[in-house]
Design a protein around this ligand. Structure first.
Ligand SMILES: [Zn+2]
Length: 218
């Protein structure tokens, strides 16, 4: 899942209006931020297997440290505690931890049975990715709802806040649709482009969100 995770990050702005969207996105996507790093250093494994699901050709052979439920609970608490140390924001700790763990729930719905509970456990997954229309409907509805909540919770301070954010919102859908079924030429190509995408998403969402503010009550 991709824009579905981001949807929860967008919606979380309503509960944590002071936390940058870049932080909320990073929490919802933490599993997919750690994953390319763990693939690059060889502690997790992925295989390119066209046809393994309709939506993605990736066979997630092993990713217990980035994608098991138990590790995500640990990563979520660690990220939340770190953020609270830096900002003193207690509410954000719970929101960040919940977002990190939400990644497992959404991936459990989407993936083949490849999602571990803990390293070495049996693997679960409902396989929504076997259907391209099903995946698109679920993710785009989630994303639309997340955007709606975000746009109601915040307002633009200036043009960057309006157009920079709108461009990001559209760009994410375009990239998401463009990547359906795309077969990466190699594993290094896969993790390098994933890391580049994360950096772009983080910088862009931080920049656009900084030019917006919590909406004043009417
Ligand atoms: Zn994931």
């Amino acid at each position: 899942m991709f824009v579905g995770h981001l949807a929860l990050g967008l919606a979380a702005k309503r509960v944590s209006p002071r936390v940058s969207l870049a932080v909320l996105f990073s929490a919802a996507q933490l599993a997919d931020i750690l994953w390319p790093v763990f693939i690059a250093i060889g502690v997790e494994q992925v295989r390119i297997a066209p046809g393994i699901t309709a939506f993605t050709p990736l066979d997630f052979v092993s990713y217990p440290y980035s994608h098991s439920l138990v590790f995500l609970i640990g990563w979520g608490v660690a990220f939340g505690v770190l953020y609270r140390r830096m900002t003193g924001d207690r509410v954000a700790l719970a929101v960040i931890a919940a977002l990190v763990v939400s990644h497992w729930v959404l991936d459990f719905v989407t993936h083949r049975p490849d999602m571990p509970i803990y390293p070495g456990s049996s693997k679960l997954g409902l396989g929504l990715w076997n259907s391209i229309p099903g995946t698109l409907i679920v993710e785009l509805v989630l994303y639309g709802a997340g955007l709606w909540v975000y746009l109601r919770a915040t307002e633009a301070r200036d043009r960057i806040g309006r157009w920079g954010f709108l461009a990001l919102a559209v760009f994410l859908v375009v990239v998401y649709v463009a990547f359906i079924g795309l077969v990466p030429p190699s594993i290094p190509n896969l993790y390098i482009s994933a890391l580049a995408g994360i950096i772009l998403l983080t910088v862009w969402s931080w920049w656009a969100d900084r030019h917006r503010m919590p909406r004043r009550a009417a």
